[in-house]
Design a protein around this ligand. Sequence first.
Ligand code: FEO
Length: 399
Amino acid sequence: MYQKREIADKVFYVGVNDRQKHLFENYLSLPYGVSYNSYLIVDEKVALLDTVDLSFSDHFISQIESLLNGRPVDFLVVHHMEPDHAGSIRLLKTRYPQMKLVGNKKTFDFLKGYFNIDADLIEVAEGDSLSLGKKKLVFYMAPMVHWPEVMVSYEPESQTLFSADAFGTFGALNGSCFDDELNLDFFWDEMRRYYACIVGKFGMPVQNALKKLSALPIKTICSLHGPVWRAQLEKVVALYDRWSRYETEPGVVIPFGSMYGNTQTLAEAVAEGVVAGGLQNVVIHNVSKTDASFILADIFKYNGLIVGSPTYMGEAYPLVDALLTKIKERGVKHHVYSCFGSHSWATGAVKRMTEFAEAMKWEVVGAPVDNKFAPTEDALQKCFQLGEEVAQACLKMKE
Ligand code: FEO
């Protein structure tokens, strides 16, 4: 039946696909779109689990109404207050004025701050449950598995975990919400890109949440973005465990900035050195062309990073500088690192990129190359050697 997506007895998918937005959080590109997932439990009581971006509220509410046949929503469970999920709360409250909002103490600070809502609240804490009739929800706090107010809930009868942003992916859902009915090919990379960009800073909170939830028997994971996981549970949990421990595989990412091609020529020599050093996994990114979110996703995949930049106004090239800041913000660990650059009259980029390594507490492998004017044979040879040394250190790191 059209749009009756039943996840378990009395549990329905009522999310929406966003194929309009170019940028998530207004800075992360969305080539495959994104879904905002919401779930409805229709038992003796009706519970709606999270809402969607306000732009899609019309379609969202019409799905709810068509499942409820005139029944009201009794509870809105707010797992996370970021507006991609909380955006329609005020509208929902207007549509269902008797509806109670279920959240934790921190949720309610956000609810008051964003929507000036401070009535009809049911506060839950770790281990509390909310009875819906035959079903119930048990709550577990998951602070900083993106924001401080995040919590997840578990429905024991169907063994379903409602996991907030955790296990989410970029990418809209093409014809089904279920992982076993979708072609997942692009979702795996989009899941890592989502993790790196959204959750990547919060490795320890993710580890804490995984430990806490590991005792629960789980048949289905309902995240707030991307597929409902029921066939790939082991894989998605293993991926989250791996990424949140900042585990990587041997490979080198070479992001470079280049105004007129000289630093790019150095980057090509570095890459040849990496391959000669024994690694086939080499990804070169032009920071002016590739959205930083894809570069971050590769940095979360591979254990080597060699950054290239021309000196620009005595500093690193602006887009390289911005990338370094994004890496630092995410507290990326365990990387073999080096850098190279070019300049014409004053240097600065290599100094910035070396200081970045110190701030990250990463060792700089090999001798950074800082070439003056167009690449010289000597500089290209040194870049090749740098690539070789980094590749060997990456392979050694995994021994
Ligand atoms: Fe999908 Fe942190 O919101």
